[in-house]
Design a protein around this ligand. Structure first.
Ligand SMILES: Nc1ncnc2c1ncn2[C@@H]1O[C@H](COP(=O)(O)OP(=O)(O)OP(=O)(O)O)[C@@H](O)[C@H]1O
Length: 966
């Protein structure tokens, strides 16, 4: 059935193999004089088990790692290597070596500040429900009054404002005094001294006005700045805490614009209130009172009318401008997002030679933006013109009223009135502008508050992560129902394994027995917690459960949208210290499982989740993959629930954590529903090496340190050594100082992955999650990295997702996923024995590898690809192939294989398709090809491709050659 077993490459997680204890000790910092002045040595000590524990010690110094390229003594694997660069990253957030091993790294400093909870930033009050002025003003006031040191500053600023205004209003009065004095008595000494007194008064008042006015800003600026900073701080924290769905549904450029405009609007609003609206209101009232007192209420009436007309016009036009402003904002967001998108993906843009396309798209947005902006300009000009006219008419009317007032008016009166009114008009003209700004600010704040009001669908739990796993219902079931190992069905769909059983599906009594044995040995938890388990397995478990988390998925249904279900009743378990791999075709939901474990998403059925589709959940249960088997299993759960749930709850109460009842579907970590656990606890116990590593625009040193921001330089370097990154970094001109560029684009895919692996080493997690962690590496590096990951995974739990089966061959268990359902589960040997989907995939990859090796031997390869790509699994041309089968080819063949298997109920068809390898479906018999052609469009396409690919190969296959015959 299977072609010869491919060469094993590296085993993951692998408690079954003894470790190669790797000890890399460096000179202590005390011995850094050896590297010469100014060239500090770091002292990472890499221990094999578990992970590593860098210790600054001078003992057993095996290697020295000065932080300078070209330095002496740095190496891994004992070979002397150049040292990484001195710690000063390119953007100023340097990490210069210090005697403590901590440099002035930004991450170090901030991590320490965060740990010390300094500086404490007061919380935000709940944002208002609307962005109306009536809601926003009290909110801003509340913000300012929240901190005592701001209150007195605000009061002082307001006091200065009042003094300035009163002094300003008094100026025309002083003028009036001087003019009247001189007009009534001519140029007498008394008139002169009265005029001089008035002039002096004027001067003093003006000085007071200027001083008071200019004191406002120093008093007020800290208020506005502190509140703005607090808003920015909390909003950023809030947005970072929002769930993945929020971020994926929105364009980053747009969100950042909203935040930027929102925080800026706060400053605008404060200034508008304190420097414009309040003073103008105060001034208007004072002027109206003065004029009414001197010339009668009619004058105050004219003033009031003028003001009302002015405000009405301003509000009307501003309202119209606001609507256009919203449009302008939307276009501004779109323009900015377009530019950010293109800049973020500049490499893709360049490679596709799409610069002109991008510029054209950008210009389309710019043109729309331009025309909307023009409309705002038109509205703005109309507004200004109307305001000017109203003020001119108002002024003329007031002066006419004064001149013709019944009691008559002196020259001083005219001077005073015109002085007062001019003083009032000046800010009124700004009032229009400020009002427009205010409206715009309120519009901006609407979106801003909307984001602040958005609640994450992932709500934090309250339970601490139990240090050791609480008993799981699953293991109790296994204890109670050892026969829960489901017999394999001969039909494709029914052969969907029984996830609830967590046992290997087997078609024979012998493999069932093996499966039961595997289930027993694999259940570290069971061994750990059950006194009834055998002493052999207990000892195995105990040796491996040091610190590892237990992870269990119970009948999990999930989809990113209610319309499309991705996971359909998936159950799987990782016992403490165990390594489990999830394999399967592309899109089957492997990475999705990891996202649920790390709680980037919650399973369907989570209360409060907006996309809980009860109907879909129900449908999923009814046609769940596990189908009858799962329902039977859950029936068994129900029937044993007395025991299970009661023991579960008793255990939880004994554990004091209120452990969940594992009988309901969900994701459980250490026996507790992950939704009840504190997110910080969960995430800090996990390290993820993702499929696609995004790096920060920082140096390599800081990027690695990101895995644990308080790590010392020595620890960072040790992690790089462990991740087989140190030599590469040392060879760079800037060493560890090299700034990796936007999202790490200056590094190769393999280097980025090694940075991610170094981060994981640094994190020293209790659960290691690797999502295609070595997909971008060449085989030699992959072998080395797998060895490192193996070390890292030892003593911890590990969950691997991989396409290249050789990399997960050594895992304790391998779960085969297809279409969101668990299809098979067991160790490599068990799955190979079963001859199902896993065996088909393995043989496909082995075949590809063999083919490539033959090609390489025949001089057809490029030479660089030889060397057992994929090793044991022989995945052949995985990604970095030299023309070998790519993942996509592989996946298409695999999909064909799966469909063929499903259609024909025979894994041989799958093997036959798989055997097609890169040459098409050469290993397939004509009969099978016909069947495939009728079965699916994709198969038909493949048949055509195969026919075109190689008639000779097809003939050979028909003649019994190829894997099919095997
Ligand atoms: N955020 C998302 N929103 C909507 N659909 C998504 C999202 N992420 C993944 N999907 C879809 O869910 C399905 C499963 O994705 P997942 O990444 O789990 O597959 P996978 O088995 O890991 O595939 P691969 O091996 O190619 O990485 C895919 O069809 C994918 O398109």
């Amino acid at each position: 059935m299977a072609t010869g077993p491919p060469k094993p490459l590296a085993r993951c997680g692998v408690a079954t193999r003894s470790l190669l204890p790797q000890r890399l000790a460096c000179h202590s910092l005390a011995s850094r004089h050896r590297a010469g002045p100014g060239r500090p040595l770091l002292t990472p000590t890499l221990r094999g088990t578990p992970g590593y524990s860098p210790v600054a010690t001078g003992a057993a110094a095996a290697i020295s790692i000065p932080l300078q390229p070209g330095g002496d003594g740095a190496s891994h694997n004992g070979a002397a290597k150049p040292a990484p660069a001195a710690h000063a990253n390119g953007n100023g957030s340097s990490s210069k070596g210090s005697s403590s091993g901590h440099g002035s790294s930004v991450y170090n400093t901030v991590a320490a500040a965060v740990a010390a909870q300094f500086p404490a930033v007061p919380p935000l009050p709940a944002p208002p429900s609307t962005a109306n002025l009536s809601d926003v003003v009290p909110y801003l006031l509340k913000l300012a009054l929240q901190e005592r040191y701001l209150v007195w500053r605000l009061a002082a600023a307001l006091g200065c404002m009042c003094v300035a205004k009163l002094a300003g209003i008094s100026l025309p009065l002083a003028f009036k005094g001087a003019v009247d004095a001189m007009a009534s008595t001519g140029f007498s000494q008394a008139a002169l001294s009265a005029a001089l007194t008035a002039a002096l008064t004027y001067g003093v008042l003006d000085c007071v006005r200027v001083l008071a006015k200019e004191s406002q800003s120093p008093f007020f600026a800290p208020v506005s700045q502190a509140v703005t900073r607090r808003m920015a701080y909390h909003t950023f924290a809030h947005v970072l805490a929002l769930d993945t769905r929020f971020h994926l549904d929105r364009r980053t450029g747009r969100v950042s614009r909203i935040l930027e405009r929102g925080t800026r609007s706060i400053a605008v609003l404060y200034r508008a209130m304190v420097f414009t609206f309040l003073p103008t209101g105060l001034e208007l009232t004072a002027v109206a009172v003065l004029l009414a007192g001197r010339f009668g209420p009619a004058l105050a009436g004219i003033l009031g009318l003028t003001f009302a007309a002015y405000v009405t016009w301003t509000v009307m036009m501003t309202q119209a401008a606001t609507d256009v402003r919203k449009e302008v904002n939307a276009l501004d967001n779109a323009t900015s997002s377009k530019a950010v998108d293109a800049l973020l993906n500049v490499e893709t843009v360049t490679l596709f030679n799409n610069q002109n396309l991008e510029v054209g798209l950008y210009d389309r947005h710019l043109r729309d933006f331009q025309s909307a902006s023009y409309r705002t300009e038109l509205l703005s000009s109309s507004l200004n013109a109307g305001q000017g006219l109203i003020l001119a008419v108002g002024m003329a009317a007031i002066l006419a009223a004064i001149i013709s007032s019944p009691g008559g008016a002196t020259g001083g009166d005219l001077v005073m009135a015109s002085g007062l009114i001019m003083q009032l008009w000046a800010p009124l003209q700004f009032l229009g502008w400020f009002y427009r700004e205010l409206r715009a600010a309120l519009v901006d704040m609407e979106e801003f508050f909307q984001i602040l009001r958005t609640r994450s669908n992932i709500t934090d739990g309250t339970q601490p992560l139990p240090p050791t796993p609480l008993p799981l219902v699953r293991q109790q079931q296994q204890q109670q129902q050892p026969a829960a190992v489901a017999p394999a069905s001969s039909s494709g769909s029914a052969s969907a394994a029984t996830p609830a059983s967590h046992a290997v599906v087997s078609t024979s009594a012998a493999s069932a027995a093996a499966a039961a044995a595997a289930a027993a040995s694999a259940s570290g938890l069971q061994d750990t917690h059950s006194p009834s388990t055998s002493s052999t397995s207990t000892s195995t478990s105990n040796s491996r459960s040091g610190g590892g988390l237990s992870v269990e998925l119970v009948d999990v249904s999930f989809g990113y949208t209610a319309e499309r279900q991705i996971l359909k009743g998936v159950s799987l378990r990782v016992a403490p210290g165990e390594s489990v791999a999830v394999v399967g075709s592309s899109g089957s939901g492997k990475s999705t499982i990891l996202k649920l474990v790390t709680r980037l998403y919650d399973v369907w059925g989570t209360p409060g989740s907006p996309d809980v589709p009860p109907a879909a959940v129900a449908a999923s249960s009814s046609n769940s993959s596990s189908g009858n088997a799962a329902r039977a299993a859950s029936g068994a759960e129900a029937s044993t629930s007395g025991g299970s749930s009661s023991s579960s709850s008793s255990s939880s109460s004994s554990g004091g954590s209120g452990s969940s009842s594992s009988s309901s579907s969900g994701v459980y970590i250490n026996g507790v529903d992950v939704r009840q656990l504190r997110l910080a606890d969960v995430r800090s116990a996990i390290a993820v090496v993702p499929q696609d590593t995004a790096l920060n625009y920082e140096s390599i040193l800081e990027n690695i340190r990101y895995g644990r921001p308080d790590a010392t330089d020595a620890e960072v370097v040790a992690a790089a050594v462990a991740a087989r990154l140190h030599d590469t970094v040392s060879s760079l001109p800037e060493g560890y100082n090299t700034v990796v560029g936007e999202r790490g684009l200056k590094l190769s895919g393999g280097e980025k992955q090694r940075v991610a692996i170094a981060r994981a080493f640094l994190r020293s997690p209790r659960l290691l999650i690797c999502d295609e962690a070595t997909s971008a590496l060449d085989s030699a590096t992959e072998a080395a990295i797998m060895e490192s990951l193996k070390e890292l995974a030892t003593g911890r739990s590990a969950l691997f997702v991989a396409h290249r089966l050789s990399t997960v061959r050594g895992c304790d268990r391998i779960v085969v996923l297809r279409g969101g359902r668990v299809l098979e589960e067991g160790s490599h040997d068990q799955l190979m024995e079963r001859g199902g989907e896993y065996a088909a995939m393995w043989n496909l990859q082995a075949n590809q590898q063999k083919e490539e090796e033959e090609e390489a031997e025949g001089g057809q390869g490029d030479g660089g690809h030889a060397g057992g790509r994929g090793g044991g699994g022989g995945d052949g041309g995985h990604k970095q192939g030299d023309g070998g089968v790519t993942d996509t080819d592989e996946e298409i063949h695999l999909a064909l294989a799966q469909e063929a298997a499903a259609a024909n109920g025979s894994s041989k068809h799958a093997v036959a398709v798989a055997a097609g390898g890169k040459g098409g479906v050469a290993g397939l018999s004509l009969d099978s090809m016909d069947e495939l052609a009728t079965y699916s469009r994709r198969a038909a396409a493949a048949v055509v491709a195969a026919a075109a690919a190689s008639a000779t190969a097809a003939a050979a296959a028909v003649g019994g050659g190829g894997v099919n015959a095997a």
